[in-house]
Write a protein that binds this ligand. Structure first.
Ligand code: ZN
Length: 251
């Protein structure tokens, strides 16, 4: 997973903290900023990014069940996906691959979209970070991003349930590779900081672990970028999507 490569001379020095997980910006301007970011992603996808993704997916057997033919998957049409960020929305074409042997099809999703949802990773991440780092409850934090609070609750709940285990895996990586800075594990004060957000001790620990997980993934991404590693989508707004790819990869 981490082939040795020369350091990337153009890379910026490693940040000491996760300032890339932006906070302190009003959610209205943040939503506009995210819509602009996603528009750029869509343009890249429509001007050849989709073809590159198809080629990459054809070569990659990751996550596929054992089938002798899946390496020879071919393009098998497209379907349309909606993308929504605040008041902006658009449609994109998503290619489908089909295996000539087992007949299974698989969508080739763009790096910025989560499965079965019109909301890009960066929007999910922004509202989760706004909630975790701010003083607001679910309703105001979600409303600022034009999202239902129940949806945001479900996203964070799903992340929180996995957070401790994922964090342990990331910390394992950080300890194994000297090029990743020493990991920061959440302490009692971090758990205590979540007391306004959750009644149960378990949930407070899970929320603190979620915050630490995003920071740790960001630090790992920065360290990898400085080494010149190819990360799926080098952008601090894409940490959730990056985690998704990391979790699919055995490490
Ligand atoms: Zn197959």
């Amino acid at each position: 997973m981490f082939p040795g490569r020369k350091a990337n001379p153009r890379a910026k020095p490693l940040a000491k903290d996760a300032r890339g997980l932006r906070r302190g910006v009003s959610s209205v301007s943040r939503v506009q900023q995210l819509a602009g970011l996603v528009k750029g992603f869509v343009r890249r996808w429509q001007s050849g990014g989709d073809r590159e993704a198809v080629e990459g997916a054809r070569r990659c057997r990751r996550g596929l069940p054992d089938c002798q033919g899946c390496e020879k998957r071919h393009l098998h049409g497209y379907y349309t996906r909606f993308i929504v960020v605040g008041g902006w929305h658009c449609e994109i074409r998503v290619p489908r691959l089909r295996c000539p042997v087992c007949g299974r099809t698989a969508a080739v999703l763009p790096w910025f979209l989560a499965p079965r949802s019109p909301y890009p990773w960066c929007l999910r991440q922004a509202v989760i970070v706004a909630y975790l780092t701010g003083r607001e409850g679910y309703r105001p934090a979600s409303a600022g991003f034009g999202l239902d609070w129940q949806l945001v609750w479900a996203w964070l709940d799903a992340l929180a349930r996995e957070a401790k285990e994922l964090l342990a895996r990331l910390i394992g990586i950080a300890r194994r590779y000297r090029w990743v800075p020493a990991p920061v594990e959440p302490g009692p004060r971090d758990v205590d900081a979540c007391r306004m957000k959750a009644l149960s001790r378990w949930k407070r620990e899970a929320l603190a672990a979620s915050k630490a997980l995003l920071l740790e993934a960001y630090r790992l991404w920065l360290a990898g970028r400085d080494l010149g590693l190819y990360w799926p989508e080098p952008d601090p707004d894409g940490i959730l999507g990056f985690l998704e790819v990391l979790c699919e990869t055995p490490f």
